[in-house]
Write a new protein. Structure first.
Length: 263
């Protein structure tokens, strides 16, 4: 929340109405290239058994529904009651077996405690740190809610590639300013704060979690605002998947995806 003691601004709370940018709340089949890549990354590293998952900032329940379909029990936290409402509407369109494995709670993710959720095998914090002026409290909470030897999954905007989206989309003035300033805060986006991968890796280590893998998301396709034309959509996903796991491509991805293990 804005002005919370010991923290900087929470940009999501400071800009009401951001939930409206997430499209129809009850839409079925919600997916995207970043979501599919995220699911593939998690599926490749998670043990083959039902897990307890906490999804911080996952109020629209898109990720939770996919994880529930994999037989995992998911607690979804979000600071915005409008996002929780979107999650409830989306869940209502799915079978009871999916719904019964998901619980949604409205709370501040940076201060949520273990007595509000069960200690988890996997804690996800995806596309949330960009709304925190100070990412440390949320990173600490992510690790604290994870059981020993469990996994923490963090996806965040990559400031090292601040000019890529604008440049590939032909927005040259925006790209030039991003190159000069090192950020894309001047672009047509809500206010945010992008934190370097090295910063988040260090915060995870300080909280007791070591990064075991990282990849990039959004290398060839992030700048597209409309439909991506492809004879075989799986080829698009495969190209993004492979590029996101090798240098130099992952270095210029829109987002980085860190997988850390609690020591």
């Amino acid at each position: 929340m804005p002005g919370t003691a010991g923290r900087g601004v929470n940009y999501w709370s400071a800009a009401p109405g951001l939930a409206d940018a997430f499209g129809p709340a009850g839409a079925d089949g919600a997916t995207s290239i970043p979501l599919e890549l995220t699911i593939r990354t998690l599926a490749a590293i998670l043990p083959d058994r039902p897990l307890r998952v906490v999804d911080l900032g996952g109020g629209d329940a898109v990720l939770a529904i996919r994880l529930s379909a994999m037989n995992h029990a998911v607690v979804v936290q979000d600071i915005d009651p409008h996002m929780i409402a979107r999650g409830e509407q989306r869940l209502a369109r799915h079978p009871r077996a999916i719904r019964d494995r998901i619980r949604l709670i409205c709370a501040d993710g940076a201060t949520i405690a273990a007595d509000q959720v069960e200690i988890a095998d996997l804690v996800c914090c995806h596309s949330v740190l960009m709304y925190e002026d100070d990412p440390a409290p949320l990173v600490r909470t992510s690790v604290a809610l994870c059981k020993p030897d469990g996994l923490v999954s963090i996806i965040a905007i990559n400031p090292a590639a601040a000019a890529m989206r604008a440049g590939l989309a032909g927005r040259w003035r925006e790209a030039r300013i991003a190159l000069e300033t090192g950020d894309d805060a001047h672009g047509p986006y809500a206010a945010s704060r992008n934190h370097a991968r090295e910063t988040i890796v260090a915060l995870l280590a300080a909280a007791g979690a070591a990064v075991v893998a990282w990849s990039g998301i959004g290398i060839f396709t992030d700048h597209h605002s409309g439909a991506i034309v492809a004879d075989d959509p799986q080829e698009v996903l495969r190209a993004e998947w492979l590029a996101g796991r090798q240098d130099p491509y992952r270095q210029v991805a829109r987002c980085y995806h860190l997988i850390a293990r609690k020591t």
